[in-house]
Design a binder for this molecule. Structure first.
Ligand SMILES: NC(=O)c1ccc[n+]([C@@H]2O[C@H](COP(=O)([O-])OP(=O)(O)OC[C@H]3O[C@@H](n4cnc5c(N)ncnc54)[C@H](O)[C@@H]3O)[C@@H](O)[C@H]2O)c1
Length: 324
């Protein structure tokens, strides 16, 4: 197991949902952290706790700014790569998936080789699987993807393999299922349902479901995802892709009913239905087996507990420096 204390670590996208929780974990590990984020979606306040409790520097710059990126990589030993254009943004503006996700990642990998990075742990996505041809999707499932965002993640996976083979750059690629938790953006694909449901519940309105509510998600709590990243970095695992999944399928309708209950509105609000969104798969359910075997990862947080953490965060949001 690698000891990360005292090491210099770069976290791209470190002001975002997953990245900022990785930064929190790294503070607990005693690392020196550089966050590289253009703050298009991340927020400085997500770093309030880590900045006041650890050694954290924020570089506000774009992944497409090659010189700034190289300067940020220089002097680091390890890299966590989270920055990316998100699913809906890539669908709206496909060239972003090429320029930010693919070229930006390629530039990062080149810099990692040039500056002797020992290992990179990078965010991939269950989007590489597209609609599951069988469930739960394990890491051998084919790339059944047909959206730009998924294409960028598949391309990146291929590049991680090439940089490992040709230059010996160690990597672990983590295919996240549906990440949720405090600090999640209000318009994340899939997960905006949680925020939309809660916004409506708070306004005394029923949650509005897309489709008939039978679509499913595999919800994995963000602090667990951050732990998977740390485990992947500390382990000797390399040249491998692993699901980061709860291993449980939840229908959108179950999710809506659970949120109504947790918000104390049970029996008073019944979900209503609206047309299904394009680009979202009907079922998500990932196999957590390989990650358990290879890096000892378990998604430990029960769904109701994780959702309560979001409800509490929404109530206290705006107060600076909240530890999570
Ligand atoms: N959230 C999920 O459910 C989920 C699922 C699968 C994969 N992923 C992947 O995990 C990673 C982290 O996701 P997240 O949920 O934390 O997203 P997020 O949007 O909260 O975080 C991404 C961060 O990257 C930054 N960023 C975006 N474009 C950038 C650019 N051009 N230059 C510099 N910084 C930029 C954003 O400001 C943000 O802080 C992403 O690579 C995402 O594709 C997320």
């Amino acid at each position: 197991m690698r000891d990360l204390s005292g090491t210099n670590i770069l976290v791209t996208g470190g002001a975002g949902l997953v990245g900022s929780h990785i930064v929190d974990e790294l503070v607990r590990e005693g690392a020196k952290i550089t966050v590289y984020d253009n703050l298009i979606r991340g927020r400085e306040e997500h770093l309030d706790w880590s900045r006041s409790n650890g050694n954290v520097t924020l570089i506000q710059a774009d992944l497409r700014d090659r010189e700034s990126l190289r300067a940020a990589v220089e002097g680091c030993e390890y890299v966590f790569h989270q920055a990316a254009s998100w699913l809906r943004q890539c669908q709206r503006e496909p060239r972003l998936s090429l320029d930010v996700n693919i070229t930006g990642t390629f530039d990062l990998l080149e810099a990692c080789v040039d500056f002797g990075i020992k290992k990179i742990v990078a965010a991939s996505s269950s989007s590489v699987y597209g609609e599951g041809l069988y469930l739960p999707t394990d890491e051998d499932h084919p790339f059944n993807n047909d959206i730009f965002y998924g294409a960028s993640k598949i391309t990146n996976e291929q590049h991680y393999r090439c940089f490992y083979k040709q230059f010996g750059l160690n990597y672990v690629g983590l295919r996240y299922l549906n990440v949720y938790g405090p600090r999640q953006p209000y318009e994340a694909a899939y997960m905006d349902v949680i925020m939309n449901f809660l916004n409506r519940i708070d306004a005394g309105e029923p949650p509005q479901l897309r489709g008939d509510g039978s679509a499913t998600v595999d919800l994995v709590f963000v602090a667990d995802v951050a732990k998977a990243n740390i485990l992947a970095m500390k382990s000797d695992a390399t040249d491998i892709f692993l699901n980061v999944a709860s291993g449980r399928e939840t229908t959108i309708k179950e999710l809506a009913l659970l949120l109504v209950k947790l918000a104390g509105m049970e029996g008073r609000l019944e979900p209503v239905f609206s047309p299904m969104d394009d680009g979202l798969v009907a079922r998500r359910w990932g196999s957590p087996r390989k990650a358990r075997e290879v890096i000892g990862f378990e998604a430990a947080t029960p769904l109701a507990d994780g959702l309560m953490r979001i409800i509490e965060w929404r109530r206290t949001r705006g107060r600076a420096g909240l530890p999570l």
